[in-house]
Design a protein around this ligand. Structure first.
Ligand code: PHE
Length: 344
């Protein structure tokens, strides 16, 4: 009996098995309990002897139970500690965080500048009707200036569509659907059959600005652009207006800012590949909206006048971050965005 009990206790490998062994070998119906109960009926001599043996056996069994209980509880504790342990040295499934692209952040910064002045944001499609990309902007079919814009054409057809070569069709769309006063900026992608080099790309970004109101002049244009560039680059950034020509503005100008690589300074400017020795980087065109465009878009050109501009966002982003090569902007390498994009 005693041996049976001790063996069962030793073989219990977990707390549940030990509980069972305790019930089997010390419970009311266990052989030891039964033997204990029968002691009283024995003759006096046998009673003493048997009483001693049964008593010792019960003592040994309950001691074994207590010890085994302790061991199993310790094991249980250990196992749950191991299960809960975190090995901080193990490799884990890292989800590399993305990053905002510098063109996105620069574009948003630009929009903020204008929204703060009460302007609105307008958008248009990148696949655009030929009429809106050209004709509505006083660029008729045989206008020589059409060749200024190296266009990606779809199949030549009656109502052809093009990949928009500038954001100016959004001007036309805005004037056709709204009435003055109009104060809008339109950021977006544009396409031209340009080479892909340090300062050109067949896909780039422009931000168009359009104001149509009473008494608007070239001075308002200059003031708005100076404000925009000061907000982006700080006061004192060197810029210049060059006379230019666009069929949709009259007079027209091109705005340049000082080259962000050589800063236009001798002797670096001579060998600078970014500005090709010019000392200046072209930001884009601008001017007073040609009254013919206002009329074509259903606006009374006697009463209203306006100004417009279309600037390259990519170049401004490069300037902000001292990136010398435009191609880095379009490589899609997240490290480039991580380095520059999160700055607003
Ligand atoms: N759309 C012109 C270009 O991309 C820029 C421009 C916009 C010029 C608005 C004047 C007015 O070359």
């Amino acid at each position: 009996m005693r041996e049976d009990a001790l063996t069962a206790i030793a073989q219990a490998t977990d707390l549940a098995a030990l509980k069972q062994a305790r019930a089997d070998h010390t419970g009311d119906r266990s052989p030891l309990a039964l033997a204990n109960r029968e002691i009283g009926a024995l003759p006096p001599q046998a009673r003493q002897e048997t009483g001693q043996r049964v008593g010792q056996a019960r003592g040994a069994v309950s001691q074994a139970l207590a010890q085994r209980q302790q061991v199993l509880e310790a094991e249980h504790e250990e196992r749950s500690l191991v299960a809960d342990t975190v090995d901080v040295t193990l490799p884990w499934d890292r989800q590399a965080p993305g990053a905002r692209h510098p063109i996105t952040t620069t574009s948003e910064r630009l929009m903020d500048v204008f929204v703060a002045m009460g302007w609105e944001i307008a958008e248009g499609p990148v696949v655009e009707a030929e009429w809106l990309n050209f004709d509505a902007l006083n660029l008729g079919a045989d206008h020589p200036a059409r060749t200024m814009q190296d266009t990606f054409w779809t199949e030549p057809a009656e109502n052809a569509v093009v990949l928009r070569t500038h954001t100016s069709p959004v001007q036309a769309r805005t004037m056709l659907t709204r009435t003055p006063p109009i104060y809008v900026v339109c950021p977006g992608r544009v396409f031209r059959t340009d080479p892909f080099d340090a300062t050109h790309s067949p896909m780039f970004h422009q931000i168009e600005g359009l104001v149509v109101d009473e008494g608007i002049s070239m001075a308002h244009l200059r003031g708005s652009l100076d404000h925009m560039l000061a907000a982006l680059f700080g006061e004192g950034i060197r810029t210049r207006f060059r006379p230019s020509y666009f069929p949709f503005t009259e007079p027209s100008a091109e705005m340049d800012m000082v080259c962000f690589v050589c800063r236009g300074e001798e002797p670096a400017v001579e060998t600078c590949r970014t500005c090709r020795g010019e000392g200046w980087i072209e930001l884009g065109g601008c001017g007073v909206v040609n009254p013919r465009v206002l009329t074509a878009c259903g606006i009374d050109s006697e009463r209203y006048s306006g100004f417009a501009f279309g600037f390259g966002i990519d170049r401004m982003a490069m300037f902000r971050h001292d990136a010398a090569d435009l191609r880095d902007m379009f490589e899609g390498d997240v490290r480039f965005s991580s380095a520059f994009g999160s700055e607003v």
